[in-house]
Design a protein. Structure first.
Length: 375
């Protein structure tokens, strides 16, 4: 049995794209380091906890996430395909349960309290949402009609409706953008894209108009973004100032002030914390890692004849890049505040596990081509 395991392990290592695997691993390791930098003073001085309270939790999350990434990438592709629908439905149910049993934080219900772990279902749902859409669009018996696009649209509308009721507009926009990228890659007519995209935006706009009290914070953020005199842009301003103060080389480890002055800096503003203490060079380096992974993944997708793999890889890389640049856009004051985490680097168990699932699926879907690749 041990011999069989060793053989399978060697085959696994031969089959995977090592550069993608090591890039994800590097992001996890850097996330642990930057978590130590950004949370020590928060835990010790502001919350009166042990200095390593958040760091030790992030370290545990990272180790578990790396194992989860490896496990998902280890599965046979056929087994992964068979389990997609039940897992997606289970996660969709947990997302729905948030509306009734969710923990409310700052006016939003986005988490389920599992006593030992606060669980944000949308972070787990996102990668499975991508591959479910890819599975629908790659069904041979649906390709000759527009049925596949209709079902994919239903799969988009259901979680978006739940998210808007939490409310979580940022994640809703992320799903809509990712879905648009997927259906575009699948070969849909542009007129259909504009039509469906228009319907989605109209539905979101209608909800915002019908339920102004529920989404008042969204109006306020957009209004303040375009006209700073209408309100307080403290967090965004401080984040941008931190990036400017850091310059190219940074002020030095532990010398930044953003993590002490802005709430949730270790989650929503982690790239600004990094830029302030280690410089824009390191921030650009991190963004380049994400771009390299996306480039590598899309290159695989373009060379694969399997439509499911092609669409899945394009969708997963789109999700990764959209989320990364929404986070960076908020930190650089180019976008309104959304509360979007940076994959692999922001503190938070749900975000880490969701990132691990996305990484595991990418590694899994790129495995089979390695033996015929010449990179």
């Amino acid at each position: 049995m041990l011999k069989t395991f060793n053989v399978y392990s060697k085959n696994y290592w031969k089959e995977i794209d090592k550069t993608i695997f090591l890039s994800f691993l590097l992001l996890f390791i850097l996330g642990v380091f930057f978590s130590f930098v950004s949370t020590s003073s928060l835990a010790g001085e502001r919350l009166n906890k042990d200095y390593y309270f958040f760091f030790s939790k992030h370290l545990i999350f990272s180790i578990c996430s790396i194992f989860l990434m490896i496990i998902i990438s280890w599965f046979e592709l056929n087994f992964l395909k068979k389990t997609l629908i039940p897992i997606f439905l289970a996660l969709l149910i947990t997302l729905f349960l948030v509306l009734f049993f969710g923990v409310e934080v700052k006016g939003s219900k986005r988490w389920l309290n599992l006593f030992f772990f606060r669980f944000q279902p949308i972070e787990f749902l996102k990668p499975f949402f991508i591959v479910i859409i890819a599975k629908i669009l790659s069904k041979e018996n649906l390709i000759t009609t527009n049925t596949s696009y209709f079902f994919s649209f239903l799969c988009l509308i259901i979680p978006c409706a739940i998210l808007l009721n939490q409310p979580d507009v940022g994640q809703t926009i992320l799903l809509v953008l990712s879905w648009t990228a997927i259906v575009f890659v699948s070969g849909i007519k542009l007129s259909y894209i504009f039509g469906l995209f228009g319907i989605t935006l109209s539905a979101i706009a209608s909800l915002l108009f019908i339920l102004p009290d529920k989404f008042s914070y969204v109006y306020k953020r957009i209004e303040v973004f375009f006209d700073p005199s209408k309100g307080d842009r403290f967090q965004s301003t401080k984040a941008l100032d931190a990036i400017k103060e850091g310059g190219l080389t940074g002020q030095g480890m532990g010398e930044g002030t953003l993590k002490d002055s802005v709430p949730e800096a270790h989650t929503d503003y982690i790239i600004s914390v990094i830029a302030e203490e280690f410089g824009s060079i390191i921030s650009i380096f991190l963004i380049c890692i994400f771009l390299y992974i996306a480039f590598r993944v899309i290159k695989f997708a373009l060379q694969d004849d399997d439509k499911f793999i092609k669409i899945s890889l394009c969708g997963l890389s789109s999700l990764l890049i959209f989320q990364t640049f929404i986070h960076v856009g908020v930190n650089t004051n180019l976008l309104p505040t959304t509360g979007m985490t940076l994959p692999f680097l922001s503190y938070g168990g749900s975000s880490m596990f969701g990132s691990a699932m996305l990484a595991g699926m990418i590694i899994n879907l790129t495995k089979k081509q390695i033996n015929n690749e010449n990179f």
